[in-house]
Design a protein around this ligand. Structure first.
Ligand code: HEC
Ligand code: HEC
Ligand code: HEC
Length: 112
């Protein structure tokens, strides 16, 4: 009994440390900067967290690129273009580039 408990605890710790747990956060809406987005004619960002979980490891993003807390990262296009946050991969090399606005932003207004 005790042995089972110990091995179960160990397994749990290993899973936590290894980051093997799935977050399954689905699609996350990022819109803390909605005011500037409206001015620029783009809508909220839909970040497909689950899709990224499937393509990458948690440690590829947490904690090096993103703090693991909703709204805790001050993401902007300037920082993205400097190769931070989304821009550390969305740079034409690891993933599609930043000028594909409509892949990340909803409701992109056609240029006049
Ligand atoms: C491509 C990068 C990326 C990968 C890979 C990734 N995440 Fe995230 N994660 C994010 C971003 C971006 C956020 C939102 C941060 C924000 O809102 O500022 C986030 C948020 C979270 C949150 C906070 C949720 C909340 O409601 O506060 C948790 C927990 C989390 N991730 C866990 C994981 C786990 C576990 C894995 C691996 C299975 C993982 N993430 C893989 C980018 C990633
Ligand atoms: C660690 C690398 C990494 C980071 C950081 C990252 N992505 Fe991705 N992302 C990928 C890869 C790899 C793919 C799949 C290949 C592709 O679509 O180019 C992808 C795909 C996507 C897709 C799917 C597009 C489609 O065709 O359906 C969206 C949307 C997206 N990312 C948005 C974001 C946003 C928003 C951020 C920042 C909050 C972000 N990504 C940060 C690596 C990353
Ligand atoms: C890889 C995903 C991605 C792509 C592609 C992308 N953005 Fe963003 N953008 C973001 C994220 C993430 C934020 C911050 C969202 C938040 O937290 O409010 C953001 C924020 C913004 C903001 C408000 C903050 C700021 O920096 O002023 C504007 C405006 C904006 N984007 C315009 C654009 C335009 C225009 C394009 C195309 C040229 C574009 N974005 C392409 C992910 C992306």
């Amino acid at each position: 009994m005790i042995r089972t408990l110990i091995s179960l605890t160990l397994l749990f710790v290993l899973i936590q440390v290894g980051g093997l747990q799935a977050a399954g956060l689905g699609d996350m809406k990022l819109q803390s900067k909605i005011h500037s987005m409206k001015k620029a004619g783009v809508g909220p960002v839909i970040f497909p967290h689950t899709l990224h979980e499937k393509k990458l490891k948690c440690q590829d993003c947490h904690p090096r690129i993103f703090k693991k807390k909703r709204g805790a990262n001050d993401i902007s296009m300037k920082k993205n273009m400097e190769g931070k946050y989304c821009g550390s991969c969305h740079n034409s090399i690891k993933a599609f580039p930043l000028y594909h606005c409509t892949k990340c932003h909803t409701n992109v207004r056609a240029p006049e």
